[in-house]
Every structure is written in C-alpha cells, then in structure tokens.
Design a binder for this molecule. Structure first.
Ligand code: TRP
Length: 363
C-alpha cells in the first residue's frame, strides 16, 4: 500500500513556534525522508470559516501567511502538494455523505470540539458547520487516502473520529476508504508548547506567541521577558522548573551540541537544570542561551521568508497548481465512493439494463 501524508492548518494567523515543534518541523523531515509516495499539505480555509463566518477577510489574508510559513520552513512544492481546501469541492461532497454515518451525540463527545465550544462561548449558539467540522476533516483525510496524518496532540480526537467513519463506511458500503494514523511528536513537551507567559495555550489574543516570522529583535525581546519561576528572585535562590516556560522551551529546542556553541560550562540540559534547582544560576543566563538556540533555528526560516515575500504571485501559482493536483486526486476517490454507495447511476450500465428489463416485463 502506498504511504500518503495529508495534513494542514487553519489560516487564522501566522504560524508560531508551537506549530513548528508540534508538527511543521516533523513534516519537513518526513517530506525529505523519501519514505512517502505522496504528500498533501492543505491550507484549511473552509475549516477556518466554520468559526469565522463573519470574517472572511481574515481567512483570505492569512492564506498567504501560512503558505509563506510552510515554504520558509522547507516544505518543497517539488515534493509536497500544497493546496487550498475550499478549491476542492469534492471535500464538501464527501463530508455530506459521511454526515449520515455519524450521530449528534458522537460529535458532542469529541473532546476537542467540546473544549473549543467552551473557549469560543458558543454553548447555546454553535454554528452547525463548526459542530460538524470533524466530519469535514475526515473528508479531507480520506479524499487523499492518507495513511499518515502528522498533527499536534489536540487533533487526536479528530483522527479517531475519522477512523470510525472509515470503518463504518467500509462496513456499510464495502472496502473503499483507508484508515489513517496520527503522528504526534515523540517529545512530550512539543505537543503543548506553552506561551511565553507560561500560560498553557499560545494565542494571538494573549500576545504570548513567538512567530516564525518574528524579527531577531522581536524574538530576543520575547525570550528575555519570558515567564520563569516567580520565586526565583536572587541568583542564589533555588529555582523551580515546574511551569517554567524557559526550561520548557529548552526541552523542545535544545540539543547537546548547543552547549558547546553557546554555554560550554555545562555538558547538557540536565546539568543546567540541576544548577538552576540548586541555586546560583540566574534567569538571564538561561534566557540568553535559549535566545541563541532559537535564533539559530529561526534565522534560516526568516531569511527564506524574506526571499519568498518577493515572489507572492509565484506562491499563489504554486497553490493553484497544487489545488489542481489535489482536486484530481479527490475526484478519483469521490468516484470510488459514489460507486460503493451506488449513486453512480449513469456509469452503471447494469442498472440501466435491469431497469429496462423490469419495465419491459411489465408490458
Ligand atoms: N484542524 C486542523 C487545525 O486546527 C486543520 C485541519 C483541517 C487538518 N483538516 C485537516 C489537519 C486534516 C489534519 C488533517 O489546524
């Protein structure tokens, strides 16, 4: 069986380092591993509209931001098909039929949807499109017969629900769809990188994100004002790692080689942590170390972005070409689905013959 990747992001803002360690970095590695037959990376504008129906301009503006972030991280249109969700009508068509295979109570049990409904204060007025987006996401994945879906941990309930839809479809209509597997980061901290203020969720409205497109100065300022241990007042005080955003970021980004380059007094992160906990190590020193690491990782991305920003029309062309390729793929699956569901009337000569005979017998 071929190995196929599909994944994507909602274009509601620029991508930040949480997206990067949660999924983006991995996608680029998978792309370059050569292990996959096909790779589809989707800008999920239709899904973004499920909770931004009144703000299509925001979605429209952010499509190019997300595409720039993708390309500057190293996603390569020669190896991966980059496309825009809304340009593939088959995705809506598939979702329409999958809706018959999912109950309202099953959707209500989806923990990610539950949490998002609370976060948006939707409780009493949930848009139907938003409520059903896990079904639409199952359409996104299955349209490409994806075997592998690299995502952040919060997307696991979506993949689980997709797998249920696949099993139900195949049971009712015969083997047609492929059950995908989620791929989440191996390193636990990468699943949930906190904001620079130590809050669990990075979000634009909280102003606690480090964006992939931030300038070197912006990154430095954000790192130097990061949340650490509020009780670590003097350098000599023992410090705590619990909820200490600087150390959480080091867990996500730091490699042993960084010590040789930027902090040769320590051999590894455990030694640094040990010193911090004993006391005698100041926050500023640790923050400078983190800043050096982040700058090293983000600089090439930032430089590529600066180049790409000079080629905006070419990027739209990449998305347009990618959407054509993606559409052909989805159309193939759609025709298999229609055949399985027996709604391919005009392609079905046997049906026409049988009906003709039935009515011929009548007269
Ligand atoms: N739900 C994803 C997000 O919040 C975006 C998305 C839409 C997606 N369809 C998908 C991810 C299919 C993986 C597979 O960003």
């Amino acid at each position: 069986m071929s190995k196929i990747i599909l994944t994507g992001d909602r274009p509601t803002g620029r991508l930040h380092v949480g997206h990067y360690v949660g999924s983006l970095r991995r996608r680029v590695e998978l792309q370059n591993s050569g292990e996959f037959d096909k790779i589809f990376i989707m800008v999920a504008d239709a899904q973004a509209l499920t909770d931004n129906a009144d703000n299509p301009e925001k979605v429209r503006q952010n499509i190019i931001e997300v595409a720039l972030d993708y390309l500057s991280c190293g996603l390569d249109p020669q190896k991966s098909t980059l496309f825009i969700q809304s340009q593939i009508p088959e995705l809506a068509e598939l979702a329409f039929y999958y809706m018959n295979l999912v109950t309202v109570s099953r959707l209500q049990r989806n923990p990610t949807v539950k949490a998002e409904i609370q976060m948006r204060n939707f409780e009493t007025s949930i848009p139907v499109g938003f409520f059903t987006y896990p079904i639409s996401q199952a359409a996104d994945i299955t349209a490409f017969k994806a075997t592998t879906v690299p995502v952040g941990e919060d997307q696991l309930p979506m993949i689980e629900q997709c797998r249920e839809i696949v099993r139900r479809f195949n049971f009712v209509y015969g083997d047609t769809l492929v059950e995908p597997e989620a791929l989440i980061p191996e390193n636990e901290v990468c699943c949930r990188l906190p904001g620079t203020d130590g809050k669990a969720k990075m979000s634009k409205s909280l102003g606690n994100c480090i964006y992939l497109s931030d300038s070197a100065d912006e990154v430095r300022t954000k790192v130097m004002s990061m949340f650490t241990d509020p009780n670590h007042l003097k350098v000599s005080d023992p410090g705590s790692l619990e909820g200490n955003a600087v150390f959480t970021y080091l867990d996500a980004f730091c490699k042993e080689e960084h010590f040789g380059r930027y902090l040769p007094d320590y051999a590894n992160l455990d030694e640094l942590k040990g010193h911090y906990q004993r006391g005698g190590l100041g926050d500023v020193k640790v923050k400078k170390f983190l800043n050096n690491i982040l700058q090293e990782e983000l600089e090439p991305i930032r430089n590529r972005r600066a180049q790409l920003e000079k080629q905006i029309p070419d990027i739209y062309e990449i998305l347009k070409k990618g959407s054509e390729v993606a559409r052909a793929e989805a159309a193939q699956t759609m025709s298999e689905v229609k055949a399985a569901m027996k709604i391919n009337y005009f392609d079905d000569e046997q049906l026409i013959r049988e009906q003709a005979e039935k009515f011929a017998g009548k007269n």
